[in-house]
Design a protein around this ligand. Structure first.
Ligand code: GLN
Length: 537
């Protein structure tokens, strides 16, 4: 049976608990320990699918179609393993399950209570995720900070698991932030002490404390925390802010987190982070840089495109360069010429999105890319933009549009499947999760992937409208990837253009730092050619 590591946070949120969790996964994996990761989110939403990117950043989609927290993306990228819907649990989901059971009469008339009904539901999800993964260690990250009302049931479930299992079967890691007081030039440990006290009041004594800070954490600070919080000094691990998140596993391992974890969980395994170190080395020593624009709706909040940003960084590593991202709000292109807004960029990405805002600006970015030969990569909505632009400006279908933006358009080149097959009820459901895609041999996509079929993750409602397929392909749009039966257009590209390609799926979700996504890698290679530098390999 698996062992469990529970990661909780204290003092403030957003201090990198997710990155720590992901990094620990990588550290253990590099020691030959099999791992899986689970996120326990205390909020009451059933899943993050309907949450605004402004509040929660991107929605990460798993292969089996769960809409999850963006931390799952970090986990997958660091441990280089696909996770499933079992890896994401919210309080909302727990309440829903318990209330459904209550309505069905499963509790045989009993009184439903937080303990044991909610806690049992939580425990069964934790144990279930571990047994489905068949891993040596399941790392569970609890979202938010200790003391949040919504998090109580999760902490109680964790306390019970720690009580049920042997001492060497569970490990509690508490991640705290050390505020810096400029006036005295000091890092303060008091909030950490309070947070640990709060955690202990729930019956959980941390085994390891990670101290996040923007300043250097001196030995006396660590020792003070060890003394006040009753943790071994070597189990207090400072984690200062570093330039790249991918350095974190190296830093933590060097600081002893791997050794302490292995020892406290009575595991064995010697470290081998060489491959990871080489990757980080390439990342830190690029031979040049290339400027790429992301034209989107939420560019002020970069977390909304987290996986795109990471996929670009992975593609940069593969090409030996740093990708300098220009974040362009799509609406800017509605009032200013593309030539000015996009001056100097060697590649344009139009990422996924929903709704009308900025749509016409994105179409203009596509026109600019198509007419100037600048590499263009459309991700989901970005492919729909590319197809619409092509229909309007190459095929002369004036006013062509996606029915998401214009219900009345004469040329609905992108539409709901239901609309395409003539069903009146437009309650199109979302296509979610991984689907196979057959590649057209010899196409840019097939050459990039070096394969004849792939599996990629989706999250969208609308599709390329097959009623226009002949007309568009006749004019030079190549359908280079389809569903296995050929019915759905999954990838399209503009023939004769150096790199103008759109995918109906989200390739960014499957890119890993040590295994960059082939299409991102090729896109950056094309951007480098555009820059006239050639891939600095
Ligand atoms: N809004 C579009 C659709 O639903 C694109 C979605 C996306 O980019 N994820 O099809």
């Amino acid at each position: 049976m698996a062992k469990f590591i529970f990661v909780t946070g204290g003092v403030v949120s957003s201090v990198g608990k997710g990155i720590l969790t992901a990094s620990l996964g990588r550290i253990l994996k590099s020691r030959g320990v099999t791992v899986s990761v689970q996120k326990l989110d205390p909020y009451l939403n059933v899943d993050p699918g309907t949450m605004s990117p402004y509040q929660h950043g991107e929605v990460f989609v798993t292969v089996d179609g769960a809409e999850t927290d963006l931390d799952l993306g970090h986990y997958e990228r660091f441990i280089d393993q696909d996770l499933t819907k079992l890896a994401s649990v919210t309080s909302g989901r727990i309440y829903q399950a318990v209330l459904d059971k209550e309505r069905r009469g499963d509790y045989l008339g009993g009184t439903i209570q937080a303990v044991p009904h909610l806690t049992n539901e939580i425990k069964s999800r934790i144990y279930g995720a571990a047994s489905q993964a068949g891993c040596d260690v399941l790392i569970c990250e609890v979202g938010g900070t200790v003391g949040d009302i919504e998090g109580e049931s999760f902490l109680e479930a964790i306390r019970q698991i720690r009580h049920e299992r042997a001492r060497t079967d569970t490990l509690s890691i508490h991640v705290c932030f050390l505020p810096y007081v400029g006036a005295t030039g000091e890092l303060k440990t008091k909030p950490t002490q309070h947070s640990v006290r709060e955690l202990r009041s729930k019956g959980i004594q941390p085994d390891v404390i990670v101290l996040r800070s923007d300043q250097t954490v001196t030995k006396d600070i660590s020792e003070k925390v060890a003394l006040f919080c009753d943790v071994e000094p070597r189990a207090v691990i400072p984690l200062e802010t570093v330039n790249s998140i991918y350095e974190v596993p190296l830093l933590l391992d060097q600081r002893g987190l791997g050794d302490v974890t292995i020892e406290k969980l009575a595991l064995t395994g010697t470290r081998d982070l060489d491959e990871w170190r080489e990757m980080v080395d390439r990342l830190k020593h690029p031979k040049g840089s290339v400027s790429v624009a992301i034209v989107g709706k939420y560019v002020k909040l970069k977390d909304a495109y987290l996986s795109v940003k990471e996929a670009l960084s992975h593609a940069g590593i593969a090409n030996g360069v740093e990708v300098d991202i220009q974040w362009i709000p799509a609406e800017t292109l509605e009032s200013r010429p593309a030539m000015d807004v996009l001056a100097g960029v060697c590649g344009i990405i139009v990422p996924g999105g929903f709704g009308e805002r900025g749509w016409e600006g994105k179409v203009r970015a596509a026109t600019y890319a198509r007419t100037t030969g600048i590499p263009y990569f459309g991700l989901c909505l970005g492919m729909q933009v590319m197809v619409t632009e092509f229909a309007r400006n190459v095929c002369g279908l004036e006013g062509a549009n996606s029915t998401e933006m214009d219900q009345e358009t004469q040329y609905p080149v992108i539409s709901l499947l239901e609309e395409q097959i003539g069903v009146v009820n437009k309650g199109g459901t979302m296509r979610l999760g991984a689907y196979p895609c057959r590649l057209d041999p010899g196409s840019l996509a097939a050459r990039g992937y070096g394969a004849d079929s792939v599996s990629e993750r989706h999250r969208h409602r609308l599709e390329f409208n097959n009623a226009f397929r002949e007309q568009l392909t006749g004019a030079g749009l190549r359908v280079s990837g389809t569903s296995p039966d050929g019915s759905l257009v999954e990838i399209s590209e503009i023939t004769g253009h150096p790199f103008m390609l759109g995918t109906q799926f989200h390739p960014e979700l499957q890119s890993r730092p040590n295994r960059p996504h082939p299409l991102f890698r090729e896109f950056i290679a094309a951007a480098l050619r555009r820059q006239g530098l050639g891939a600095a390999k």
